[in-house]
Design a binder for this molecule. Structure first.
Ligand code: HEC
Ligand code: HEC
Length: 160
């Protein structure tokens, strides 16, 4: 009998602990990241992209080793990239710079990985840009001055 009581008391104690750690009740104004009611349609704040001209931008840190570098300069004059026009290539396709020390103000050369058909012939650097790498801004994006919506605890080794 005593054992049974002890077990009940323990269960009650656990329940009480559980209750104190329960998630706060959901309200329509704390369900989303906007921190306003989900029924409101707030006007989003305006954030700005860098307007630094190419050649004046400071290279940005990479998120992790092997991550596509972020675009440090203004891109509005070069967008959109279409089948007929890709201005990114005009400045960045410079295979003659491979293996050379990067120089400030000079467009970083599109690397050999982008001239390699990783699916069919990995390891073979061709003499042309592979189509899968044509749409630069699919992977390389500029950054705005928007603060992170949620604190990010991701950490990586510094790559440069
Ligand atoms: C007028 C020449 C020019 C054009 C056009 C251009 N860039 Fe650049 N880009 C540069 C230069 C110069 C740098 C070196 C940083 C600097 O000085 O601004 C650079 C840096 C970069 C970097 C950073 C490389 C690194 O190692 O961190 C990326 C990514 C990039 N550009 C992507 C693009 C994309 C995508 C486009 C097309 C939407 C584009 N660029 C169009 C000249 C250009
Ligand atoms: C499918 C994704 C993808 C596309 C599309 C792509 N890139 Fe990249 N890019 C990467 C990744 C990942 C890296 C870093 C790893 C590497 O160097 O391969 C990179 C690296 C680079 C670098 C840095 C080279 C260095 O030496 O530090 C430049 C410059 C660059 N890309 C330019 C471009 C341009 C210009 C285009 C469009 C013609 C383009 N990329 C298209 C994924 C992509």
């Amino acid at each position: 009998m005593i054992k049974k009581h002890t077990a009940l008391l323990a269960a009650a104690a656990l329940l009480a602990v559980g209750a104190s750690h329960a998630a706060p009740p959901l309200h329509t104004d704390n369900m989303g990241l906007s921190k306003t009611s989900v029924f409101d349609v707030p006007t989003p704040k305006v954030y700005h992209y860098s307007d630094a001209a190419p050649g004046t931008g400071k290279l940005l840190p990479r998120a992790y080793p092997g991550a596509p570098p972020q675009v440090p300069h203004d891109v509005k004059d070069y967008m959109p990239v279409t089948a007929e026009s890709n201005l990114c290539i005009a400045c960045h396709a410079q295979p003659d710079l491979w293996g050379k020390k990067p120089e400030a103000g000079v467009a970083t050369a599109i690397p050999p990985s982008h001239y390699t058909d990783l699916r069919h012939e990995p390891g073979k650097v061709t003499d042309h840009l592979i189509n899968a790498r044509y749409n630069c801004n699919q992977c390389h994006v500029p950054q705005t001055d928007a603060p992170a919506l949620v604190e990010n605890t991701f950490s990586s080794k510094k790559t440069r």
